[in-house]
Design a protein. Sequence first.
Length: 151
Amino acid sequence: MNGVLVHRDVVVDAPQVPDQSQLVAWVAASLKAAGCDAGEVTVRVVDETEIAALNRTYRGQARATNVLSFAAEFPVATQPRYLGDVVISAPVVAREAREQDKPVEAHWAHLVVHGVLHLLGFDHALSEAAARMENLEREILAEFGYADPYA
């Protein structure tokens, strides 16, 4: 897909962090599925301390989470269109994958897709919107051969 730029910012030493080509593929598939033809995204990989601080500051929740999305507020005409940042906690991803008995790579893919869809305005606060977002996630992940993350 043309016009997809992913900045990979790994600030924590963690095993099984996806490489650039995986991130680009997952972001590109998310953009395409959502009807967006181009975009620029930063994927920042952090530890539990940093994501807990971000979660507390921006969502008022004093705990570590797996993924946070911060949509850019630049004019739409900005080229390439900067969509925002997806921040993922590598230790949380690894722990959740073990606890949920799923492949770590599949969980990474799900969280990247989930985060990018949030940048594009998708939400899961209401049941109808959640169903739409989750169905789109399932479709995108199936393209890569990953199982339904909500099963």
